[in-house]
Design a protein around this ligand. Structure first.
Ligand SMILES: [Fe+2]
Length: 294
């Protein structure tokens, strides 16, 4: 006698749960989507600024800092050669990578490591992690080791000095507060009181998030390089960025230059995309700041 089974009965007999086929297909599609190479065809914009301060040592007049933020393992040309050529053309004295070098939802680490290694052949590279790296708790050590092996200085809650003649400036790297539970201003304050000193010469903070600027400005920090905001993703001419996840609609800190007390902050609009929302009136940006003693 032949018995007929329904589809669900067959599935139960094989140990598969109802709906598991759909889930497997979804998982496969998601893995495929996440492992795709993200070719970014948007033209790059190079934003150049000269920053004057009496506190900049005379030896550092003309020192050029190029900022690459929020790459989210995007590719500008095969192997990022367009990005690297533009970066080289800015003739930087150092390159700062201010977080989200890797996208946590599409962690193509090889793309980011390859870029960072080639950037280190142009000028010394300094890196601070962003909120996406903070989400990659298991693979973050692999990224850090890969960066170090390629000659990149990883400033995860630490500082370093750059010397020219007898003068020096400090680069301070503050890791994204997402590495600890929650985004606590208290954590940031604790860390900055350890890392900064009023006795130090010119101090530059490299940090991913711009929205804590009021906190940064309470410390003896001269200059801040930040990113994270992607310029608000969609920009309305004359108004600015539309939305930043950690600030909401029409955010205060979306892009450009801000000053408070003795601190100036630059926010790069960054390079990559992390969501399906396109950039509108908001080309990917390499920010270049030239220091001048006045
Ligand atoms: Fe970010």
């Amino acid at each position: 006698m032949t018995m007929k089974f329904s589809r669900n009965q067959e599935r139960r007999a094989s140990g598969a749960r109802p709906g598991s086929r759909g889930k497997t297909l979804w998982r496969r599609l998601r893995t495929r989507w996440n492992s795709r190479r993200i070719q970014n065809k948007s033209p790059l914009e190079i934003s150049k600024t000269i920053h004057f301060s009496r506190r900049i040592p005379a030896e550092f007049s003309g020192f050029r800092i190029a900022q690459v933020s929020d790459l989210h393992n995007n590719l500008f040309g095969d192997a990022n050669e367009s990005l690297l050529t533009e970066l080289k053309n800015t003739r930087p004295d150092c390159i700062v990578l201010t977080g989200d070098l890797v996208d946590s939802r599409n962690p193509n680490m090889a793309v980011s490591l390859d870029f960072a290694g080639k950037a280190a052949a142009i000028a010394p590279v300094y890196y601070v992690p962003g909120n996406h790296e903070a989400r990659m708790k298991k693979t973050y050590p692999e990224l850090v080791n890969g960066l170090k092996a390629r000659g990149v200085q990883v400033l995860h809650n630490r500082k370093t000095e750059i010397s020219r003649g007898k003068a020096g400036i400090f680069l301070i790297g503050l890791a994204d507060p997402g590495f600890r539970a929650g985004i606590h201003v208290h954590t940031v304050k604790q860390m900055l009181s350890k890392l900064t000193s009023p006795k130090d010469p010119y101090e530059i903070l490299l940090v991913h998030r711009p929205e804590l600027f009021q906190t940064y400005a309470k410390f003896p920090i001269d200059l801040v390089f930040s990113g994270h905001a992607h310029g608000g993703q969609i920009r309305i001419p004359g108004i600015g960025g539309v939305y930043v996840p950690s600030q909401g609609f029409f955010p205060q800190y979306d892009a450009g230059q801000f000053s408070k007390n003795n601190t100036t902050m630059f926010i790069s609009r960054g390079l990559g995309n992390m969501s399906l929302i396109p950039r509108i009136h908001n080309p990917p940006e390499i920010l270049v700041v030239e220091l001048r003693h006045k």
